[in-house]
Design a protein around this ligand. Structure first.
Ligand SMILES: C[S@@+](CC[C@H](N)C(=O)[O-])C[C@H]1O[C@@H](n2cnc3c(N)ncnc32)[C@H](O)[C@@H]1O
Length: 207
């Protein structure tokens, strides 16, 4: 029932409550409720998605609280909870979590992974875990906890935990990233070029 991406997120959850912001179909919540007995609160700001989620809950015969809400506005988070935000842009993710006190956050954005890591850490979180999967394209899923750790530019860019646990998928991801940077580097201004030249050198050392 679950895609590889959502299944990876599901396996990273270790709390008894989950807030799935931008739940859309609510398939993650249905799986977590049925298979892991986790209390899920499925949230989406789109009425159509909320309807879809409610229909899926009936189809799979599970009782899940589905809310039509903009992010976590006016929601007091339960203790022992994880906020999941996946399949959304980095800016949207940051807007949803800023000013919230989140114990555990799992997120997945398709773009601007450097900004995602850095901005979330600047809000007072550290990177607890990271996974990379390939399912037609690469997806990086990150788990953050409240707290502080220092990271280098390279770690924000390439992922501190992924760098420490290099597997074939990650190496192939780095090779692809290298090709993309090499193709685009001449379009960048001086400062950005300098930074990307540095990252290219670091990628070459890792692959
Ligand atoms: C591409 S879907 C991702 C669905 C699911 N999380 C996944 O990873 O497969 C993004 C969903 O986020 C919802 N969304 C976007 N911004 C939101 C916000 N601020 N609050 C709640 N839902 C939001 C959209 O309506 C859409 O259903």
């Amino acid at each position: 029932m679950l895609s590889k991406r959502l299944d990876t997120i599901a396996q990273m959850i270790d709390t008894s409550n989950v807030y799935d912001v931008g739940c859309d179909h609510a398939l993650l919540d249905i799986y977590l409720t049925k298979e892991k007995n986790i209390n899920c609160i499925a949230i989406d700001k789109s009425k159509d998605c909320v309807k879809k989620a409610i229909n899926n809950c009936s189809k799979y015969n599970v009782d899940i609280k589905v809310l039509c809400n903009d992010g976590l506005n006016n929601i007091d988070l339960l203790q022992d909870s994880t906020v999941v935000i996946s399949g959304m842009g980095t800016k949207n993710i940051i807007n949803i979590i800023k000013n919230k006190d989140i114990e555990t956050l799992i997120c997945q954005s398709n773009k601007n992974i450097y900004e995602l890591r850095k901005n979330i850490c600047n809000l007072g979180y550290y990177i607890k875990d990271e996974k990379i999967i390939f399912d037609d394209k690469y997806y990086i899923i990150m788990k953050f906890k409240k707290g502080k750790k220092e990271y280098s530019y390279k770690q924000y860019f390439l992922g501190p935990i992924l760098l420490n646990n290099k597997d074939d998928i990650y190496i192939n991801y780095l090779k692809r990233l290298k090709k993309i940077i090499e193709k685009d580097i001449d379009k960048y201004d001086y400062l950005k070029k300098e930074k990307y030249m540095y990252i290219l050198d670091e990628i070459k050392k890792e692959i």
